[in-house]
Design a protein around this ligand. Structure first.
Ligand SMILES: [Zn+2]
Ligand SMILES: [Zn+2]
Length: 247
């Protein structure tokens, strides 16, 4: 992660300011009782994911489910990772939480959001040996300054007492923004876009891949494949928000 002197000064100023001002809602700037919480309005709008959900990809099921089930999409085309879990549904109302982190105006939010990750992925966190963030390509890192996945992974690693290998995975080529692409195009777009830079941190270990948003799963799959090829024993995926596909 890049860290320049003005940023350090800014975050120090931010810390000082935070200690003087009343705590603000993580999503909007309304005053709340406790730091790292949501105001009542925002809480009502965030769709937290709870069981029943697909054992593999974590997609929430609508209605009652009799057994532990795997969704149709995972049966048809099993993902490269073992399990994926997300804290909440990525929708218009919850985007603000992810964007805050993305644009770095509330990087302190990562510390609080890491608790949501831990709750949503308790089993995955407990069974992992090392956490690895999905990397940003260098020029995006330069433009955005923060890799939100790395911020989350570092905060979660500290919280859970697990090692983080922030640079284990690298992007080998820049991929066009995924936003406007269809599922197949996304898969083509990210295939072979990742490589493991430090296989020693990965080989024989259970890896927990961390990202902010899971959309088609193409990025998570490409990263998982690279990690498994480098000798990872297993790869799970934990994200803040996922697009909910009808299961
Ligand atoms: Zn709010
Ligand atoms: Zn599934």
């Amino acid at each position: 992660m890049l860290s320049t002197a003005p940023q350090v000064v800014r975050s120090a100023a931010r810390l000082l300011l935070d200690s003087l001002l009343p705590p603000q809602c993580l999503a909007c700037n309304a005053v709340v009782a406790a730091p790292g919480s949501l105001c009542a309005d925002c809480f009502g709008r965030v769709d937290f994911i709870a069981p029943p959900l697909c054992e593999r990809c974590g997609t929430p099921f609508e209605g009652a489910v009799i057994d532990d089930l795997v969704c149709g999409a995972c049966l048809k085309d099993p993902p490269a990772f073992s399990r994926a879990r997300a804290a909440f549904v990525y929708a218009e109302d919850s985007r603000a939480l992810v964007l805050k982190l993305k644009h770095g105006d509330r990087t302190d939010a990562a510390v609080h959001l890491a608790r949501w990750l831990q709750r949503a992925g308790a089993e995955l966190v407990a069974s992992c040996d090392v956490m690895v963030p999905v990397p940003l390509h260098r020029w995006r890192l330069l433009m955005r300054t923060y890799n939100q996945a790395a911020l989350l992974a570092n905060a979660l690693g500290r919280l859970a007492g697990k090692p983080v290998a922030p640079d284990a995975l690298v992007r080998t080529r820049s991929t066009p923004s995924q936003g406007k692409l269809h599922r197949n195009e996304r898969q083509r777009n990210v295939a072979r876009a990742f490589a493991v830079k430090s296989p020693n941190a990965i080989a024989g270990r259970r890896v927990l891949l961390i990202d902010d948003v899971l959309t088609s799963g193409a990025t998570a799959n490409a990263c998982s494949r690279a990690l498994l090829e480098a000798g990872a024993r297993e790869v799970d995926v934990l994200v803040l928000a996922r697009v909910a596909k009808p299961a």
